[in-house]
Design a protein around this ligand. Structure first.
Ligand SMILES: [Zn+2]
Length: 276
């Protein structure tokens, strides 16, 4: 089955992973900007990272027939450095017209601090000013519920935000309801053991239905499984869901959400021209 991974950090993955994803049915993916595992020292580090996301990764992905899209920001962990964050925010518009940039993300909160909230709101301002979609990171574990509430309150307090153009990722059982009820899209991030497993994601799909719901693998430099969406497809098949119902979550929903960006120039694999 063809699928799209809406949140995967391919800069952390090998070229072999691209090949495996392609063999599993992945035809497109989107890669939000995130924390590199260490705090970067200058705005030029981010400029180089954004060049990697807009120039290098699309070429690596294309070797395996995968279309690569991306989102730009300074992540919540590094937002504690407010002056560096503002330098990055001022530089982001240099890249907003790159052909694979879908919007601003993954912005959000990490420890729910005042500085994180300040920089989150400045990213939202940037997105509104440039008519960009937004991809949200919600905190993990004990900070998740409060952080998600803070994010939803900030977004819902701004009447300029079109909630159908915002994806809130890393939802779990205790946060998915408020996200969907407020009119946002929700993304379940699948991990092999900790946090949300494919089984728990399948339970949430059964409880909430497929509308405005997606799944992603995160696939970063930590313990993660880049092929986690294929695991979810298998789990849903095992439970008797039809291929049409599964495709809605893993393929049609990402296409619908991303299509709100003018730069989502995606071609269904069956419609792609072959040169042979
Ligand atoms: Zn991420």
């Amino acid at each position: 089955m063809y699928y799209i991974d809406p949140h995967i950090h391919m800069v952390s993955r090998t070229t072999d992973d691209y090949e495996t994803l392609a063999k599993m049915g992945c035809v497109a993916l989107s890669e939000p900007a995130f924390w590199a595992g260490f705090d970067r020292g200058s705005v030029d580090s981010f400029r180089d990272y954004f060049r990697q996301l807009t120039e290098t990764e699309p070429k690596r992905a294309a070797q395996f027939g995968i279309q690569h899209f991306t989102w730009l920001c300074i992540n919540a962990k590094e937002a504690e450095n407010v002056s560096l964050s503002r330098e990055v925010l001022a530089m982001i518009p240099e890249f907003l017209d790159c052909p694979n940039v879908l919007g601003i993300g993954e912005i959000g909160l990490n420890k729910n601090t005042k500085n994180e909230a300040t920089i989150f709101l400045e990213h939202v301002e940037l997105a509104v000013r440039h008519n960009q979609q937004i991809l949200i990171h919600t905190p993990h574990l004990e900070d998740k519920y409060q952080g998600t509430r803070m994010i939803l309150d900030m977004l819902c307090g701004d009447s300029r935000i079109d909630r159908s153009r915002v994806l809130v990722d890393h939802v779990e059982e205790h946060t998915i309801g408020p996200v969907l009820e407020a009119g946002f899209w929700a993304g379940m991030t699948l991990y092999p053991i900790t946090k949300c497993t494919p089984q728990r994601a399948a339970d949430m799909i059964e409880k909430y239905g497929p509308e405005r719901l997606m799944a992603n693998s995160a696939g970063d430099w930590g313990p993660s499984r880049p092929t986690a969406i294929a695991d979810l497809i298998l789990e849903l098949r095992r439970r008797g869901h039809s291929d049409a119902a599964i495709r809605r979550v893993v393929y049609e929903n990402p296409v619908e959400f991303f299509s709100q960006s003018a730069r989502f120039d995606f071609t269904h694999p069956d419609a792609r021209q072959t040169s042979v």
